[in-house]
Design a protein around this ligand. Structure first.
Ligand code: DAU
Length: 359
C-alpha cells in the first residue's frame, strides 16, 4: 500500500464525469465504502450524462443527498471552470483526481472527432496543469486517468494485451484517449507525477446509455425492433460488468503504484453474434430480429486484455459472470422504462436516424 493511502481515505476526491455510466458507479461505491472520503463530482452534463444515476432511482442507492457529495457543473477543457471545481474541494483542493470525463462512443467520433479531442485529450492536459501545483505542494496525492483497451488497437489471437504493449489506435475516439494517456505519461516522466492509468474492456450494466451495443440491443428488443449487427458480427470483445470496473479503479487508486498502468477485463471474450444471441434469448426473440448492416469504418476485429497484473498487484478480481450480468442488466432495463423513456428523446431518435438509417 502506498504511504498516501491513509491521507487519501481522509480527503476530498475530485471525480470528473461522475454523472456518466462508469463514473457514477465509482461514486456510489466510494460513498458506500469510505466514510471519510468526500466527493466533488465535476460534470459538464453533456448528452450521455444523467444525474439520476446518483439520485437513487432505479433500484440503486442514491448518493446525491449525502453531505459528503457535491456537484459542480464544469467542463474539464476550460481552465477557469476546472479552477472553480478545485475550489469546491476546499482550500487545499482535491487529495485525488479521478478522470472519467470523456466522449466515449466510437461511431460518434467517426462523424466528428472534435468533441473527442476536446474532452479526451485537451481536457486531460487542462486537468494535469491545474493539478500540478497541488501535487508539488503535496496536497494532491494521486491522479488517476481512466482509459480504455481500445488504445491497444486490433489484437490478433491468441494474444491478450499486457500493459507494456504498444499503443496502436484505429478511431478518432481511441486516438483521442491515447493522446490523453500520453499527456499523463509525459507528466509522470517530466514532473514525477503520482499518476496511474487504467485500461478497461467493454463495460455493461444498469444505467448504460443506449448507444453502445448491449443497452441499444436490449432497448430495441424490448420495443420489438430488430438489432443492427455490424458486418459479419464476428468481431470479438471482452465484456466487464461496470461494478467490477469501478472496483478495479478504486483498487488502483488505493493500492496501485505511481506511474503504472493497470488492465481490467471481464475474462469473457465473445463475438458480437454470440452475444446478440444471448440478448435475443433474454428478450424471448428469435434470430429474425437480427439485421446485418454495413460495417463500422476501421472496425477493430478483436480486443482482448490480460489483467494478471491487476489481480497480482491490486488483489482485484472480477465478480460477475457474463450470463449473470446480462440477466441483471436486462432486468434492470425492463424495470426502469421511465429512465429509458426520458433518454430516448427526439435528439436520441435523430442520432439513431443519422447513425443507422443511412447504413
Ligand atoms: O473496449 C472498451 C471500449 O468499448 C470503450 O473504450 C468505448 O468507450 C466503448 O464505446 C466500447 O467500444 P466498442 O466500439 O467496442 O463498443 P460498442 O458498444 O460501440 O460496440 C461493441 C461491438 O458491437 C463492436 O464490435 C461494434 C458492434 N456493434 C455496435 C453497435 C453500437 C454492432 O454490431 N452494432 C451496433 O449497433
Amino acid at each position: 500500500m502506498p504511504s498516501s493511502t491513509d491521507s487519501l481515505l481522509h480527503g476530498t476526491w475530485l471525480v470528473t464525469g461522475g454523472c456518466g455510466f462508469i463514473g457514477s458507479e465509482f461514486i456510489r461505491q466510494t460513498i458506500a465504502a469510505y466514510p471519510h472520503v468526500n466527493i466533488v463530482n465535476v460534470d459538464s452534463l453533456s448528452y450521455a450524462a444523467s444525474p439520476e444515476r446518483l439520485a437513487g432511482v432505479g433500484g440503486v442507492g442514491g448518493v446525491a443527498d449525502s453531505p459528503r457529495y457535491k456537484f459542480v457543473k464544469a467542463n474539464i477543457a476550460h481552465p477557469q471552470e476546472v479552477q472553480s471545481a478545485f475550489a469546491a474541494c476546499g482550500t487545499n483542493g482535491p487529495t485525488a483526481i479521478i478522470n472519467f470525463a470523456a466522449e466515449s462512443h466510437v461511431d460518434r467520433s467517426l462523424f466528428t472527432g472534435v468533441p473527442f479531442v476536446m474532452a479526451n485529450t485537451l481536457g486531460v492536459q487542462v486537468l494535469l496543469e491545474a493539478a500540478r501545483p497541488l501535487v508539488q505542494k503535496g496536497s494532491c496525492k494521486r491522479f488517476l486517468q481512466v482509459s480504455t483497451d481500445e488504445v491497444y488497437g486490433d489484437i490478433a489471437p491468441p494474444h491478450r494485451s499486457v500493459e507494456t504493449d504498444p499503443i496502436h489506435t484505429s478511431s478518432p475516439y481511441s486516438a483521442s484517449k491515447a493522446g490523453g494517456e500520453l499527456l499523463v505519461q509525459a507528466f509522470i516522466r517530466s514532473f514525477g507525477f503520482p499518476a496511474i492509468i487504467t485500461r478497461c474492456s467493454n463495460n455493461y450494466g444498469p444505467w448504460h446509455w443506449p448507444e453502445k451495443m448491449i443497452p441499444l440491443f436490449i432497448t430495441r428488443l424490448m420495443a420489438g425492433k430488430k438489432v443492427p449487427v455490424y458486418g459479419d458480427g464476428l468481431q470479438r470483445r471482452d465484456w466487464i460488468h461496470v461494478e467490477d470496473h469501478a472496483a478495479g479503479i478504486l483498487a488502483a487508486l488505493l493500492r496501485g503504484r505511481d506511474g503504472e498502468i493497470y488492465n481490467f477485463d471481464g475474462e469473457v471474450e465473445i463475438d458480437n453474434l454470440s452475444l446478440t444471441k444471448k440478448l435475443l434469448a433474454l428478450a424471448n426473440r428469435d434470430e429474425s430480429f437480427i439485421e446485418y448492416v454495413k460495417d463500422r469504418p476501421g472496425h477493430d476485429r478483436r480486443y482482448a486484455l490480460d489483467s494478471a497484473k491487476s489481480q497480482r498487484e491490486l488483489g482485484w478480481k472480477q465478480k460477475w459472470t457474463l450470463d449473470a450480468g446480462l440477466q441483471q442488466t436486462f432486468n434492470w432495463f425492463v424495470a426502469n422504462r421511465s429512465w429509458l423513456d426520458k433518454v430516448l428523446d427526439e435528439k436520441y431518435q435523430q442520432y439513431y436516424a443519422q447513425q443507422y438509417d443511412v447504413r
